[in-house]
Design a protein around this ligand. Structure first.
Ligand code: HEM
Ligand SMILES: *[C@@H]1O[C@H](CO)[C@@H](O)[C@H](O)[C@H]1NC(C)=O
Ligand SMILES: *[C@@H]1O[C@H](CO)[C@@H](O)[C@H](O)[C@H]1NC(C)=O
Ligand SMILES: *[C@@H]1O[C@H](CO)[C@@H](O)[C@H](O)[C@H]1NC(C)=O
Ligand SMILES: *[C@@H]1O[C@H](CO)[C@@H](O)[C@H](O)[C@H]1NC(C)=O
Length: 528
């Protein structure tokens, strides 16, 4: 008999013996063993894991698979801070069966955002969530080089020239909302910013990026479709991309309908006289040919539009909800901003160029992004064993790495009086006098770092600033200037029309972005 056969026979005999022993037990004993087994297994696994010198320390947990999901999911920053006290800036925790390695602070930003393409993958971490919502062939459903090119294609609609055109259009949308939405009728009232801000964001973004022709067909059913799509964009979708539930069906239906509308729009544009807005539709129709010569199909172009719109939707809507709530507690800042606007433009219409001349306006946005960053965690899946610099630790392939600029930005070490909303903390910042942010700098970093181009324009090479609201590296946001334009236009228009009061609610971390918890209301009063 060969060694293998002996082993197999031995194992077989052992299994039979264990099984017969198990069968002889009473029902309660059986039940106990069945329930206890995963716990014993998990604790043994954690013990063996903790013995390995080449592993990042793992946060202990009792419930197998679930791990630290609940504590992390409810209060991520508090969870990180507590872990940091025990383990330092780098530690791992269990999240629904996945091992997540967190690296806090500027070194962690460098570790995750500037990790090599061959070591980590964003698409492996995100595509369960994004692909069903955006559709196939775009963003995280393509190899990274294609994403880099798609970002370049979309950026054509995100230039200074475009913003100059967008500001009056956005303003028109906002004023229309103020004059028609039931919430803003009369001389005073209450507005739930969790309802108004997503709507205003969707209308201003759709109208500016997708053009007048689309906005004219934007009726309540379009908003409803977007809301259906949105409901499929939750943390649950990371783990369960497809379930036979009504919500998932609605999501898929909404995606099909929205992209159908976009494709009709593309076809209409093809046959018109070229006399339309220079927007995202135009930019992608003009040039969405990859460097290998293949062209994006109309369906893919439509999907990319959904992706770009969704990328900006939650982030901008939550940011504006938060600054309205924060300013509601600060009538002094509202007045100061009102004067800044008056000084900059008097009674004339707002132009994009004016936004640059309003330091307080931009510092309010900057401070809101610091205190209320929409994304508390940024992930990558490790695809090739990844050493943690200056340690003996290696994060193995299959695990995930996590960075949290939102944690640094609300941490006393980097921002004294971090819990205090103070836009003036940015006043002395080099370059903040002009208010706006230069394309190549990771804005508020004082470091003069080199730049690098991953295919969608030059960005700052270093990402070791504690202030990193738009991320860094090859996945850096392309929507920063659009967001500042949209948010600036909104806030100016708000302050020109209203004064308001509110109480800042606690953050709710349970959805895709960090939202104010209910009731998130402002009490407004129309200005004379
Ligand atoms: C306040 C507003 C916004 C914030 C705070 C924000 C934040 C971010 C962050 C942190 C990332 C990096 C994600 C990662 O590394 O995994 C990112 C990427 C991105 N954002 Fe934004 N964003 C905002 C607005 C927008 C807008 C308005 C658009 C579109 C017009 C947009 C489009 C994108 C795109 C296309 C990416 C690239 C994704 C990738 O390469 O993997 N974002 N954003
Ligand atoms: C994506 O979904 C698949 C199938 O449900 C699952 O095996 C995988 O772990 C998920 N990925 C992430 C990053 O959660
Ligand atoms: C809304 O617009 C869509 C096309 O974009 C159209 O099919 C639908 O009938 C419209 N609904 C209403 C209520 O006007
Ligand atoms: C698209 O191309 C046309 C014709 O060359 C040009 O007039 C237009 O400005 C371009 N649009 C964008 C967004 O660059
Ligand atoms: C599209 O853009 C790329 C660079 O961004 C350029 O090389 C190419 O010529 C453009 N194609 C057309 C048809 O404009």
């Amino acid at each position: 008999m060969s060694v293998v056969e002996t082993l197999v026979e031995g194992a077989y005999a052992l299994i039979v013996q264990v099984a017969s022993w198990f069968m002889a037990l009473g029902l309660l004993q059986k039940l106990f063993l069945i329930i206890a087994f995963p716990f014993v297994y998990s604790i043994t696994w954690q013990f063996l894991f903790s013995l390995r010198k080449d592993r990042v320390p793992l946060v202990f947990y009792w419930i197998p698979w679930v791990g630290s999901s609940v504590t992390y999911g409810m209060q991520p920053y508090e969870f990180f801070s507590n872990c940091q006290k025990k383990y330092g800036d780098c530690f791992s925790f269990m999240l629904l069966g996945r091992v997540m390695t967190v690296y806090l602070g500027p070194k962690g930003h460098e570790f995750v955002f500037n990790a090599k393409l061959s070591d980590v993958s964003a698409e492996a971490a995100y595509s369960n969530l994004t692909t069903p919502c955006f559709g196939k062939g775009v963003i995280y459903d393509v190899p990274n080089w294609k994403l880099m090119e798609q970002k370049k294609f979309a950026k054509v609609a995100l230039t200074t020239e475009s913003f100059i055109q967008y500001v009056p259009i956005m303003r028109e949308e906002i004023l229309k909302y103020f004059s028609t939405d039931p919430v803003f009728q009369g001389k005073s009232g209450k507005a739930n910013v969790l309802k108004t801000q997503p709507e205003i964001t969707l209308f201003t973004a759709s109208r500016s990026l997708m053009g007048r022709d689309l906005r004219n067909t934007l009726n309540s059913s379009y908003a409803q479709l977007f809301s259906d799509l949105d409901k499929g964009f939750t943390p649950l979708n990371f783990a369960f991309p497809h379930l036979p539930l009504p919500g998932y069906k609605k999501r898929d239906n909404a995606h099909a309908k929205i992209t159908e509308t976009y494709m009709e729009l593309i076809n209409k544009r093809r046959s018109d006289d070229g006399n339309h807005d220079k927007d995202l539709v135009d930019a992608l129709m003009n040039n969405s040919t990859y460097k290998d010569g293949t062209k994006m199909t109309d369906q893919q172009v439509a999907n990319l539009m959904v992706g770009v719109l969704m990328g900006g939707q939650h982030t901008s809507a939550s940011t504006s909800a938060w600054f309205l709530l924060q300013l509601g507690e600060r009538p002094d800042l509202q007045e100061e901003l009102y004067q800044e606007i008056k000084k900059a433009i008097g009674d004339r219409e707002l132009k994009w160029q004016d936004l640059e001349k309003m330091p307080l306006l931009n510092n309010i946005i900057r401070e809101t992004l610091r205190m209320h960053h929409p994304l508390h965690s940024v992930f990558r899946q490790v695809i090739h064993d990844l050493p943690v610099p200056d340690t003996k630790w290696v994060v193995p392939a299959g695990h995930y790495v996590l960075a949290s600029p939102g944690w640094s930005m609300t941490n006393e070490k980097y921002f004294p009086h971090a819990a205090h909303f103070e836009p003036h903390r940015w006043d002395k910042l080099a370059g903040s006098g002009g208010g706006f942010i230069k394309e190549t700098s990771n804005l508020d970093t004082n470091e003069k770092s080199d730049s690098v181009d991953y295919g969608f324009g030059k960005i700052s090479k270093g990402v070791s600033s504690p202030y990193l609201p738009f991320g860094g590296g090859r996945h850096r946001c392309i929507g920063e200037h659009f967001a500042y334009t949209q948010l600036g236009t909104l806030l100016v228009t708000f302050v020109q029309n209203f004064k308001w009061k509110s109480k800042v609610p606690d953050p709710d971390y349970s959805s895709m972005v960090v939202l104010p918890s209910q009731p998130a209301e402002i009490e407004w009063e129309r200005r004379e």
